[in-house]
Structure formats: structure tokens, C-alpha cells
Design a protein around this ligand. Structure first.
Ligand SMILES: NC(=O)c1ccc[n+]([C@@H]2O[C@H](COP(=O)([O-])OP(=O)(O)OC[C@H]3O[C@@H](n4cnc5c(N)ncnc54)[C@H](O)[C@@H]3O)[C@@H](O)[C@H]2O)c1
Length: 310
């Protein structure tokens, strides 16, 4: 399997390291505007590859070197203002990057699954679909996967049960309007008590946790890299795992033409199913409000995507 990581900043470089350690590809290509930096990471990872069991070829290069990738991960981004950490503020700058990079990447790897990590990830996933002819089931954003994992970890600690045994999703925007689908949370077949006040507190903590890491160290990399690696692994082995990813919604909860995280099934062909769990009326209302928020951002960047540079 050939994986290309576009952008070798904190997230891209960490994901490249996890890809090598976990043997998630036979071939890994790194692309960065600073070619020397990408070459340095590739060389360092070649040395790493000689220490792991699974052989993997690591190189750096241009978009042409990414040709016929099975997975392309997009992580390039304008920087977030440390004084005002707000993912939505990256929308205009990153829309320019999506417009500049995605068409050529898609042309080079028309059969790849494209994983968008760049924030605001729901808006950028939608943007990627606007500037390419990629099928909707092969473009998805690493949206609330980390949020959901964090939410489950908090519940796990409270309940004294392994997080793998807890099913719980954060849905909607990877950001302030995200929705904790507490009505869907269960363990061992038992629903988590709706009146479980701590679950609401955990949901609030989850919403803020990514930004909190950013405030403390200036970027986030480990959790998102591991989450993205899980998605790559599901594609590599056609695992058909269910996970919350940001995908284009059309007619979902009455929402059209917006990318938001919902539980999906993912495998080698990309998204094979969009699951439709039964949410409470309050959760549906919150999910629709999240869609409205993201739609506003989409509208703001539309003129940038339509710019004549395309
Ligand atoms: N989806 C998620 O859960 C999640 C989690 C963490 C971070 N993120 C997002 O991932 C993105 C990357 O984060 P990071 O910490 O790696 O950022 P970073 O600043 O460390 O890296 C950004 C990369 O983009 C490249 N870049 C910047 N401007 C460019 C330009 N004009 N042309 C080409 N390349 C350019 C840089 O060279 C660098 O490789 C950000 O948008 C961040 O918000 C998403």
C-alpha cells in the first residue's frame, strides 16, 4: 500500500513516524513545501524503518511522486494564532491551500482515499470535494475521532471499565458546536444512564481538550496522528471498522451539502456505509445547529475556492 502525507509539520511528521512504526504502508511518500525538511524526515524515517520488523520504503518528493497512492493524508496548514486559538479562523488561509494542492493530488491519485486533517476539518473536507472530482465516499475528514476517544476515556475512568468496551460518539463539527450523543452511549449492552451528569461534564471537557493541548504546547500531534493511523489501518486491511469521521451529508437528519462527523464504516474502498443512529430530538437539534455553523464557514470560503487560480 502506498501512503502519501502532504505536509510534514507537527501532525504530518508524527503521523509519518507512526506509519513506519506500525507498518501501515509498503511505501510512504512525504511532501512538504520545504523540500529539504521533507527529505530530512524521510532519511530519518528510513533509519527508523531499518529498526522495525515490517519493511517500508520512505521517500520525499513532489506531487508527481505521490502518483497512484492508496491513501493521501492532507495536513498542510497556515499557523493558528497562539493568542486566539480558533480552528475556524484558519478557514480562509487553508481554503487557499486546498484549492492549490488538492486538484493536482487528486489527479495524481484518482483512486486514493483522501484523509483531510487540516482545520477547520469539516470545512476543508467539504472544500476538497468542491475543488476535485473525487467520489464522496473517498474523501473524509479526521473529525471527531479524537474527541470521541477522549470522551470514552473519561467515561472509562469514571466507570472503571476499559475504554474499548465503551461505545460513545461525539458527532458534528470538530469544534465548539460538536454534539455528545449521550443517548447512544452504552457499555456491555447497557445504555449509559441518561441522567449521568458526569457524561455532560465530560462532553464539555472534550470540546475544549484539543485547544487546551494547543494552549499548553503550541500544537497537537500525538492523538491526532494515532487517530489518523487507525483510519489508515482500517483502509490497509479493509477492516470495515465503524468510527466517527467527517463525510459529506446529503439528506442526513435533513442536512444537505455539509461535511460533519457521523459514525461510518471504512475500509479499502473508503466509506462503505453512513450509519444512522437514532438520536434524541435535543441531539438532532444540536446536530443541525452544528451543520448550520459549518455551512456558514463553507459559504465564507466559497469565493476563495471559485477563484480563477483553479
Ligand atoms: N483534525 C484534527 O483532529 C486535527 C488535530 C490537530 C491538528 N489539526 C490540524 O492539522 C493541521 C496541521 O497542524 P500542524 O500542527 O502539523 O501544523 P504545522 O504548522 O506544524 O505544519 C503545517 C504544515 O503546512 C505547511 N505549510 C504551511 N503553509 C504552507 C503553504 N503556503 N504552502 C504549502 N505548505 C504550507 C508547513 O510547511 C507545514 O509542513 C492544522 O490545520 C491543525 O489545526 C487537526
Amino acid at each position: 500500500m502506498k501512503v502519501t502525507i502532504v505536509g510534514t509539520g507537527h501532525v504530518g511528521a508524527t503521523l509519518a513516524y507512526v506509519t513506519v512504526l506500525e507498518g501501515l504502508a509498503d511505501q510512504l511518500v512525504l511532501i512538504n513545501r520545504d523540500r529539504q525538511k521533507a527529505a530530512g524526515h524521510a532519511l530519518d524515517l528510513q533509519h527508523t524503518a531499518s529498526l522495525v520488523r515490517q519493511p517500508i520504503r520512505v521517500s520525499s518528493g513532489e506531487i508527481s511522486d505521490s502518483a497512484k497512492s492508496d491513501v493521501v493524508v492532507f495536513t498542510i496548514s497556515v499557523p493558528m494564532d497562539p493568542a486566539h486559538p480558533d480552528r475556524r479562523a484558519l478557514a480562509a488561509g487553508n481554503a487557499v491551500l486546498v484549492r492549490e494542492w488538492l486538484p493536482a493530488l487528486a489527479e495524481a491519485s484518482p483512486d486514493a482515499v483522501f484523509l483531510i486533517v487540516t482545520n477547520p476539518v469539516d470545512v476543508m473536507t467539504w472544500a476538497a470535494l468542491q475543488v476535485t472530482d473525487l467520489p464522496v465516499d473517498r474523501v473524509c475528514g479526521v473529525g471527531t475521532l479524537v474527541d470521541s476517544a477522549r470522551f470514552r476515556a473519561m467515561m472509562s475512568e469514571e466507570l472503571g471499565i476499559h475504554p474499548d468496551d465503551i461505545r460513545a460518539y461525539i458527532l458534528g463539527e470538530h469544534g465548539q458546536s460538536q454534539v455528545a450523543a449521550i443517548s447512544l452511549a452504552w457499555v456491555g449492552g447497557e445504555p449509559i444512564d441518561q441522567s449521568f451528569e458526569r457524561a455532560r461534564e465530560f462532553a464539555r471537557n472534550t470540546t475544549d481538550s484539543g485547544i487546551e493541548v494547543f494552549r499548553l504546547k503550541g500544537y497537537t500531534n500525538f492523538a491526532v496522528a494515532k487517530a489518523t493511523a487507525l483510519v489508515i489501518e482500517a483502509i490497509q486491511h479493509d477492516q470495515r471498522h465503524t468510527m466517527p469521521l467527517s463525510v459529506l451529508l446529503n439528506g442526513y437528519c435533513g442536512i444537505d451539502d455539509v461535511c460533519l462527523s457521523i459514525p461510518v464504516v471504512i475500509g479499502r474502498a473508503g466509506i462503505t456505509r453512513r450509519l444512522r443512529p437514532k438520536l434524541t430530538p435535543d441531539e438532532v437539534a444540536a446536530f443541525r445547529a452544528s451543520a448550520d455553523q459549518v455551512r456558514q464557514n463553507n459559504q465564507q470560503i466559497s469565493p476563495i475556492l471559485n477563484d480563477s487560480l483553479r
